[in-house]
Design a protein around this ligand. Structure first.
Ligand SMILES: O=C(O)CCC(=O)C(=O)O
Length: 288
């Protein structure tokens, strides 16, 4: 299986921005065929969600925020995207890695007017992997304005801090069973700052984006603040998570939500291993 070449080369400024700020917006990285494929996949996915799916928010007007993860095993459209789109090479170039493994997909779908705002948080400290070389490719499948898009605190990926953060297990208005609850304070070493009190002071960034654009962010960066949609505006986002050269499996007592540790162990992965197997496949390598 080979990935499609990049639609355009990454510039040195883009690569520098990713390493310095931990986030970069890349216009025009995915052609229409990839957006159509992901939209088709998402439509089917909504009818066949995984057991991990949940509604993060359901308000009195019936507006919802749907979330699901690791659906690619059962979604041929997502499989094609993972193995054949330029995503893996984008991740490899920004991470500066000789190879990249796929971690998982996650979708964030808000119905028009949804007022649900993603809480500020980090990803990697709460994942079942450890390493600096991890990233998410965040792709809106519809146009999104900067005020509604995912926002970031540039440079926070280098702080070394693990911030205490909201327990995403509480985002469960339908009281679905089997939702993990975690005591994040057990692994955090700093309180999450009040970023919304003064976004300018934190240098918060977000961008107007069209389908085909993507934001790539280091998984240690503080991010959140997306949502608060106008009544005529919905937001569908496909994300893919990628693992580079320094990443090792890290089973943690608290954090990953949902916790993939048992699934990972089922594939024979042990704490300290490099990613691999059919669960975390190597998708791109400098030598292939
Ligand atoms: O799109 C969103 O609202 C949240 C995305 C996010 O937090 C993530 O991909 O880690």
């Amino acid at each position: 299986m080979s990935t499609e070449r990049l639609q355009r080369p990454l510039t040195a400024d883009e690569t520098d921005a990713f390493r310095r700020d931990g986030v970069v917006m890349l216009p025009g990285m995915f052609s229409e065929k990839w957006i159509e494929l992901l939209n088709a996949g998402l439509a089917a996915h909504r009818d066949e969600a995984t057991s991990r799916a949940r509604i993060w928010d359901r308000d009195e007007q019936g507006r919802t925020m749907f979330w699901d993860s690791m659906a690619w095993h059962d979604r041929p459209e997502y499989q094609t995207f993972v193995f054949e789109s330029p995503a893996a090479e984008i991740a490899a170039q920004l991470l500066g890695s000789q190879s990249v493994h796929f971690f998982f997909d996650a979708v964030f779908v808000r119905s028009p007017g949804s007022q649900f705002e993603t809480p500020w948080h980090q990803d990697e400290p709460y994942w079942s992997v450890d390493g600096h070389d991890t990233c998410t490719i965040w792709m809106p499948l519809v146009p999104v304005r900067a005020k509604n898009a995912l926002a970031f605190v540039p440079g926070s990926h280098l702080s070394g801090a693990v911030f205490d953060q909201p327990d995403f297990g509480v985002l469960n208005p339908d009281a679905k069973d089997g939702v993990d609850r975690s005591d994040f304070s057990a692994i955090a070493d700093a309180d999450i700052p009040d970023i919304d009190a003064d976004r300018d002071a934190f240098g918060v960034v977000s961008w107007d984006m069209e389908p085909g654009d993507c934001v790539v962010f280091n998984s240690r960066i503080l991010h959140g603040g997306s949502g608060l949609l106008d009544d005529d505006t919905g937001l569908s986002v496909f994300t893919s998570k990628w693992l580079g050269d320094d990443v090792r499996i890290a089973f943690r007592d608290e954090g990953m939500d949902p916790d993939f540790s048992e699934i990972m162990r089922g594939y024979g992965l042990e704490h300290g291993d490099r990613p691999g197997t059919d669960l975390l496949p190597r998708v791109w390598s400098a030598t292939s």
